[in-house]
Design a protein around this ligand. Structure first.
Ligand SMILES: C[S@@+](CC[C@H](N)C(=O)[O-])C[C@H]1O[C@@H](n2cnc3c(N)ncnc32)[C@H](O)[C@@H]1O
Length: 276
């Protein structure tokens, strides 16, 4: 395994920056950043992480918010130029580069161009949300977790059959890129056969000082999450584990065994009718 100091110049490290808390960077990601000649970063990377690059490193913004929409390249031309100029380039991506991060496309493009690269995993947003108390595969509630894009585009991903498959998947659904599409996603899942009372949550800016968690049901989540900052990344979680997390928060609050997570707004939305 390469470590950053062994990496030949002219190499690109595709590095996962995690959900945004610098303490959630891997040791390897931190080492890569510390050795970077240039850092090419996405829009979601907070300054607290960018500040970990050496003072003299070239900092280049190359991202597009949400990773959506078309670009004429798979790897940004600046990344190619910098690597070809012999620099050690850290291509910094939020979460994990290989989960809705286009890391695979960049790796393929770099390989085609003959530019050496290394992949450095990061904590993906759904795992980051775990730190807010969501046990994505709690033994009693979810035998599986499905990572899915909540971005509604006019292709196979908006196909009703796909939503039916998701509704039937069971377990936990983690919808990435859900921010402006909470209502649409909830509606699609209900149309696809999920009960409106199924617990649902929005986790905004997990692992950052601005973190907020809102919980409710497929029926209520859009209304409850309306005042989330639209500038923050939002992950939507659907499934019984959301209600379990509410119970955990109540236990913590009632037993006063530990302070509530600083992150948490603790918007508890118990629905007397559904019990969720
Ligand atoms: C283009 S995807 C990148 C996902 C990333 N590669 C990962 O593994 O987490 C961007 C989406 O990830 C989710 N996301 C990323 N960071 C987040 C955070 N700190 N809190 C909540 N959701 C986050 C949001 O759904 C956001 O719209």
């Amino acid at each position: 395994m390469n470590t950053p100091h062994e990496m030949p110049r002219g190499t690109v490290a595709l590095v996962g920056a995690g959900p945004g808390d610098p303490d959630l960077l891997t040791v390897k990601a931190l080492r890569c950043l510390g050795k970077a000649d240039a850092v090419a970063y996405d829009a979601l990377i907070p300054a607290a992480i960018l500040d970990l690059a050496p003072a003299g490193a070239m900092m280049v913004a190359v991202g597009r918010r949400d990773g959506c929409g078309a670009t004429p390249w798979r790897v940004h031309p600046k990344v190619v130029d910098l690597a070809r100029a012999g620099l050690f380039v850290v291509r910094l991506k939020c979460g994990d580069p290989m989960i809705f991060g286009r890391g695979g496309e960049e790796a393929e493009a770099l390989a085609e161009l003959g530019i050496p690269f290394e992949l450095v995993p990061g904590v993906t947003a759904a795992a980051g949300a775990g730190a807010c108390g969501f046990s994505l595969t709690h033994r009693e509630d979810a035998a599986c977790v499905t990572f899915v894009t909540g971005h509604d585009v006019a292709d196979a991903r908006s196909d009703p059959a796909r939503w039916r498959a998701l509704a039937q998947a069971g377990g936990t659904l983690a919808l990435y890129m859900a921010g402006r599409r909470v209502a649409r996603n909830a509606q699609r899942l209900v149309q696809a056969g999920m009960k409106p009372s199924i617990p649902a949550a929005c986790v905004a800016a997990a692992g950052r000082p601005e973190e907020r968690v809102v919980t409710g049901s497929l029926e209520t989540i859009e209304r409850l999450s309306r005042d989330l900052d639209p500038g923050q990344p939002v992950l939507m979680l659907v499934g019984a584990i959301v209600a379990r997390r509410d119970r955990l928060m109540h236990l913590i609050a009632s037993n006063k065994t530990q302070p509530l997570p600083a992150c948490d707004e603790f918007v508890f939305t118990h629905d007397a009718q559904t019990g969720c």
